[in-house]
Design a protein around this ligand. Structure first.
Ligand code: ASP
Length: 293
């Protein structure tokens, strides 16, 4: 007899419960997992469109199944902690976790408690390594090389986890990094070598890659009163950008704030290619992590 509904224990015999438990004993999720039986949990504790959907696409493309976390309706609302949420999902038997959290360097805390593979999908303002992978892959495809490229980061640099992760990967691969940003948003770091540009015009004349960054209001602790227009990639600046340079933005972008519509429509702008490359890069990464290739 199989259950039609399961509402309570009325009418069930101890034998029926016993036979049910023997079926549970026979289940074995953890041995010889077929690719399409791998489940990858996507735990986003912060809003996301691109990264979350891109990881969902990548998970499906590599033959595994995505399991997403209902951030707004989760037991976080009942006081469950970030780490206890991850331990709960790990205990369900997922094969890997893709995690985004608003605290800088939150992955360090997770690594100590999670035994399954973990992928950093963004941690506060400190890092977003898969975005850097897709950005650098895009530079390689569009410019033909990374070493020796002159990559200019414009605007709200210090709050940008995308910029911080790009600094790491670009330095590793021998690109040069330029910054054009108000002094309040200049990154403080002795780890990387930067070229500084006071005007955007000078910066873009130097650059083979211009990376505009979102003004990240959610990370600002004080209201700034400088003129953001000085750091806007707009029609006037477009005329000074090298004819064979590329224009990038990790998105979401604020139209007419850090980048204008005419720039977004310029053939040198590769933002949609970045999005497409994001799915490809994350698919290969997941395949490696799940040992599917
Ligand atoms: N999507 C990127 C991130 O999650 C960039 C941004 O939000 O501005 O960090």
């Amino acid at each position: 007899m199989s259950f039609r509904h399961f509402l309570n224990f009325e009418g069930l015999s101890p034998q029926r419960i016993g036979s049910f438990f023997s079926k549970v004993d026979q289940l074995n999720f953890y041995e010889n997992i077929k690719p399409n039986h791998h489940i990858v949990a996507h735990l986003f504790f912060e809003p996301s469109t691109r990264t979350q959907m891109s990881f969902t696409m990548a998970t499906i493309r590599c033959g595994a199944q995505p399991l997403s976390f209902p951030f707004e309706n989760s037991s976080l609302k009942k006081g469950e902690t970030f780490l206890d949420t991850l331990l709960t999902v790990q205990a369900m038997g997922v094969s890997a976790m893709v995690v985004r959290h608003g605290y800088p360097e939150s992955m360090k805390d997770i690594l100590g408690v999670i035994q399954i593979p973990l992928i950093n999908a963004g941690e506060g303002s400190s890092g977003h390594p898969t975005q850097a992978l897709l950005d650098v892959y895009t530079i390689l495809k569009e410019r033909g090389r990374v070493e020796g490229e002159t990559v200019l980061f414009v605007g709200d640099v210090s709050h940008s986890r995308v910029a911080w992760s790009n600094f790491g990967l670009l330095s590793l691969l021998g690109a040069k990094i330029g910054l054009c940003s108000p002094k309040e948003w200049l990154p403080q770091s002795k780890k990387y070598k930067f070229e500084y540009f006071d005007t955007l015009e000078d910066g873009v004349k130097w650059a083979t890659v211009v990376m505009a960054l979102r003004v990240q209001k959610e990370r600002h602790s004080v209201i700034q009163n400088f003129d953001i227009k000085k750091y806007q990639v707009n029609g006037d600046i477009l005329k000074k950008i090298k004819s064979d340079a590329i224009i990038m933005h990790p998105a979401p972008f604020n139209r007419e704030v850090e980048i204008t519509n005419d720039v977004l429509n310029d053939p040198r702008c590769v933002i949609w290619k970045q999005v497409a490359n994001g799915v490809k890069v994350r698919t290969v990464l997941l395949k490696e992590i799940l040992k599917l290739q």
